[in-house]
Design a protein around this ligand. Structure first.
Ligand SMILES: *[C@@H]1O[C@H](CO)[C@@H](O)[C@H](O)[C@H]1NC(C)=O
Length: 344
């Protein structure tokens, strides 16, 4: 046989073996807000969720691959969509990535790579036609969650389907001396779930992207101008719809590579800068990080003030405490002359 023929047979066999290989541009073709395209909520699966992972940095592809494979192995996941937001990544890298992901998916869930139509942060919340589940998980490409904690979070969502569920929380607050809203962390309460890991009803994607009239248009424009705060705006949308705060869930093992406490962490702000075409400085020990984090908080505070001003109200609500997946009483016991957890 001539070599082109062999090559064609080889390609065909690849296609046959990996029917899930997709490099789709589904949002370019159809308007995701077209109401005739909106799925009847009764046809959405209640027992599985769609995972939307934001991908941006080529240096994090190996991690992205392992995270996607873990989610696709869960019986609770229907589809994993990798939303690629870096417009300068060459097409062949994404084709290669889509191929690699399709062979690393263990479960019945397919993994697809979708190139985002623009670098707008709002695009991660587009109500895609390919979302066939009642809930979605929005997450980042640098957060690893153990399967048990993930499944626990999905169960908590299922009994609180209107609320937002997550593992990472922050707060708004009123600075009384300056009489202005700020973005902060409280040790004992929270009002904002981060998109590092956020489960919510897929209907809220439609609310965020398509509803709310001129106010929402202005709010989404603020997200684009700030290159930040899409997560805060989603918290506004959900809190406004439910008049309730989010639910923070305790995870057993979560690895957040973007956490500033890592030795060579990838700072959240680097990812934002990345959106302007600068590759994130992975592995570079940062000098003056704390001032950058202060700057980050300040910008997030600006978003909260702007959202409040446009809406003319503050919909964010505080929640208290964390939901844990065990009612066991973990005490300390004397074992082998040492004080250790009794169950270990
Ligand atoms: C795909 O997998 C191959 C082989 O493991 C690896 O060399 C390559 O870097 C991967 N590429 C992408 C884009 O994932």
């Amino acid at each position: 046989m001539s070599s082109p023929a062999i090559a064609i047979i080889f390609l065909l066999s690849l296609l046959e073996l990996h029917p899930v290989l997709v490099l789709s541009r589904d949002t370019n073709s159809a308007d995701p807000c077209d109401s005739t395209m909106k799925r009847d909520p009764r046809t959405l699966r209640p027992d599985q969720i769609t995972v939307l992972i934001n991908g941006y940095s080529e240096s994090r592809i190996p991690l992205l691959q392992s995270i996607s494979a873990t989610y696709s192995a869960s019986p609770l996941v229907s589809t994993v969509l990798v939303l690629w937001g870096n417009p300068s990544t060459p097409h062949h890298v994404l084709t290669q990535l889509a191929h690699n992901l399709s062979i690393s998916s263990f479960g019945s869930a397919s993994i697809s790579v979708v190139r985002q139509p623009s670098s707008s942060l709002n695009a991660r919340f587009l109500p895609r036609a390919s979302i066939g589940t009642r809930a979605v998980l929005i997450c980042d490409d640098d957060v690893e969650v153990d399967p048990k904690s993930f499944e626990f979070a999905v169960r908590i969502w299922a009994s609180n389907p209107d609320r937002m569920i997550g593992f990472f929380a922050r707060s708004h607050d009123l600075d009384l001396s300056r009489k202005e809203w700020i973005y902060t962390v409280h040790p004992d309460r929270y009002s904002i779930i981060l998109t590092k890991f956020m489960i919510l009803k897929s209907d809220y994607l439609h609310k965020y992207s398509c509803q709310g009239g001129p106010q929402m248009i202005e709010l989404r424009r603020t997200v684009d101008e700030m290159c930040n705060c899409e997560d805060i705006l989603m918290n506004f949308v959900v809190a406004d719809a439910t008049n309730a705060g989010p639910i923070l869930v305790a995870a057993e093992r979560v690895r957040d590579y973007g956490d500033a406490r890592n030795d060579n962490h990838i700072d959240g702000d680097d990812k934002r800068l990345g959106l302007k075409g600068v590759e994130s400085k992975k592995g570079v020990k940062d000098v003056g990080l704390s001032s950058r984090r202060r700057e980050h908080r300040k910008r997030r505070g600006q978003c909260i003030r702007k959202f409040h001003k446009v809406l003319g109200k503050m919909p964010l609500r505080y929640s208290y405490g964390k939901v844990v997946n065990s009612v066991g009483e973990q005490g300390l016991c004397q074992k082998g002359g040492k004080l250790v957890f009794c169950d270990h």
